[in-house]
Design a protein around this ligand. Structure first.
Ligand code: GTP
Ligand code: MG
Length: 200
């Protein structure tokens, strides 16, 4: 359960995954509520922010949407280092993108912050007829690797807000415990005015 104090946090979140898996589309859906059929491939990385209320905390996600093209791979550590959360994205119609996602997960486990909240998004869940990666397979992999797993669709908006919300709930800042060192989780505001329930 979350702490009963009101809290406001910034949390750095990175999206990783194959070219065309839908990283930018997920962010565009989450931040602006929009979807475009011809989203341009990301160059380098793009930055966005969005705030979510979770229990009695607000989490401001500082989102780095990285480029899936292989030539940008060496930049990725700049974005995932110090990140509080990562969403690795694959396309449910592309086994190659699922294989690429597993590589990202292994890289995050080897090089990332050990207390990072890690999620796996099986995107394009609206394209059911073209599915080539089963939800069972991805769920099993996620359980084995301690990932939060959801199938999402940036197009229909299914599970998009939900995956960010579930990540926010799992952030240490939303829990009563102290933040582990090295995490970018800054307390922006100590708001005592609406603290009716507890004891500090
Ligand atoms: P890079 O920036 O090149 O790494 O790709 P990306 O992962 O950011 O993918 P992007 O968001 O650019 O999406 C690639 C294509 O897939 C675009 O044409 C999107 O319109 C399409 N797309 C993204 N998400 C979905 C989805 O949930 N369903 C469907 N049907 N198409 C999607
Ligand atoms: Mg992109």
């Amino acid at each position: 359960m979350a702490s009963t104090r009101n809290k406001n946090f910034n949390a750095k979140l990175v999206l990783l995954g194959d070219v065309g898996a839908g990283k930018s589309s997920l962010v565009l859906r989450f931040v602006k509520g929009q979807f475009v059929d011809f989203q341009e491939s990301t160059i380098g990385a793009a930055f966005f922010s969005q705030t979510l209320a979770v229990n009695d905390a607000t989490v401001k996600f500082e989102i780095w949407d990285t480029a899936g093209q292989e030539r940008y791979h060496s930049l990725a550590p700049m974005y995932y280092r110090g990140a509080a959360a990562a969403i690795t994205v694959y396309d449910i119609t592309s086994p190659a993108s699922f294989a690429r996602a597993k590589k990202w997960v292994q890289e995050l486990k080897a090089q990332g912050n050990p207390s990072m909240v890690m999620a796996l998004a099986g995107n394009k869940a609206d394209l059911l007829e073209a599915r080539q990666v089963t939800a069972e397979e991805a769920q099993k992999y996620s359980q084995e690797n301690g990932l939060l797993f959801m199938e999402t669709s940036a197009k229909t908006a299914i599970n998009v807000n939900d995956i960010f919300y579930e990540i926010a709930k799992r952030l240490p800042s939303v829990q009563p415990a102290q933040n582990p060192p090295g995490m970018i989780l800054l307390d922006r505001r100590a708001d005592r005015t609406t603290n009716t329930s507890c004891c500090s």
